[in-house]
Design a protein. Structure first.
Length: 180
């Protein structure tokens, strides 16, 4: 079981490359830690899918594995814009729109600058903002405090990681081990 040691890595997995500072962690530090851990596991999954299975679907209406990875990466970008602007944003603003689907590494390479921007935004937040700032998405039926909104954005990726593991099982494709 993972444990937190001040000044040391979390758990036994040195590849996580996440250190715990000597001082108490702020709430935003925990959100950032969670975002990094969820992405690390998503990347293990995405990179572990055989190339011939990336475009397969468990049914005609489902996303392929490659489409789902894109959906997660694009979704994170849009969530970031919403967090910055405090409101819903149009999917038309996505830099992912219209890009051809090539492969997982191409998706991750393209998304790297937006991921860095997302993590930078998180790191620059003060804990007080998590409670005081509100994201108004009344157009889709909700308003959320920024902290709640960010956790939901990260949860979105987690859900799709689990969903994709289920897809692979259904299709008889070997599943990468994401629980280390």
């Amino acid at each position: 079981m993972a444990h937190l040691d001040r000044g040391r890595r979390i758990g036994e997995n040195k590849s996580a490359n996440v250190a715990i500072p000597d001082s108490l962690m702020r709430a935003i530090d925990i959100i950032l830690l969670n975002a990094r851990e969820v992405r690390r596991r998503s990347e293990i999954l995405w990179r572990g899918i055989p190339t011939d299975a990336l475009r397969r679907k468990p049914d005609a209406e489902a996303m392929s594995a490659l489409e789902m990875a894109r959906h997660v990466l694009e979704g994170e970008y849009l969530y970031m814009l919403m967090a910055k602007e405090g409101r819903s944003v149009s999917e038309d603003r996505s830099p992912f729109a219209g890009r051809p689907f090539v492969g997982i590494e191409e998706e991750l390479t393209f998304a790297a600058q937006y991921r860095a921007e997302f993590e930078g935004m998180l790191a620059g937040l003060e804990d007080e903002e998590l409670e005081s700032r509100v994201i108004d998405r009344s157009d889709v039926g909700y308003k959320r405090k920024l902290g709640d909104f960010l956790l939901r954005a990260i949860y979105h990726e987690s859900v799709h990681c689990g969903q994709l593991l289920g897809y692979l099982r259904t299709m008889g494709v070997p599943r990468p081990k994401v629980w280390d």
